[in-house]
Design a protein around this ligand. Structure first.
Ligand SMILES: Nc1ncnc2c1ncn2[C@@H]1O[C@@H]2COP(=O)(O)O[C@H]2[C@H]1O
Length: 139
């Protein structure tokens, strides 16, 4: 059994809507363990590192502005296949069509804004989890 770690972000929409506790509870209820947790006001520099793969995309600047618009909850969760498991729990990117039962499907929708406010972020691979955990929590 290989134990993975993943970076979970509760984005400013989730924090502003007081959904942090409900979202964290779902992840814990699924059986993953909370390793680190903090509430942060992200800086542009941190977000540019985090979203470097999206640089140049039409939603890049609105995305960075949205992530700067309020505090974010950053967490590290641990468990066997947690990377895949959390992304499944989060649901697909577009919250309007994300399946009911998922975090985005139950709590989110498209508000017609420049960026999809979809409540949560989860690392998509072992390599990106390692990279993102360093960005948000240090070595
Ligand atoms: N086509 C899009 N239009 C607007 N925002 C997007 C689009 N695709 C992705 N995003 C946003 O960019 C984010 C990239 O990281 P996430 O997958 O966590 O969540 C994504 C959405 O919040």
């Amino acid at each position: 059994m290989s134990i993975e770690r993943t970076l979970v972000l509760i984005k400013p929409d989730g924090v502003a809507r007081n959904l942090s506790g409900s979202i964290l509870a779902r992840i814990e209820s699924k059986g993953y363990s909370l390793v680190e947790l903090k509430k942060v006001n992200a800086t542009r520099d941190l977000l540019e590192q985090h979203y470097e793969e999206h640089l140049g995309k039409p939603f890049y600047e609105p995305l960075v502005e949205f992530m700067l618009s309020g505090p974010v909850v950053a967490a590290i969760f641990e468990g066997h296949r947690v990377i895949e498991g959390f992304r499944c729990l989060a649901g697909t990117t577009d919250p309007t069509t994300a399946a009911p039962g998922t975090i985005r499907g139950d709590f989110g929708r498209d508000w017609g804004l420049a960026v999809q406010q979809n409540l949560v972020h989860g690392s998509d691979s072992v390599d990106s989890a390692e990279r993102e955990i360093k960005i948000w929590f240090g070595a």
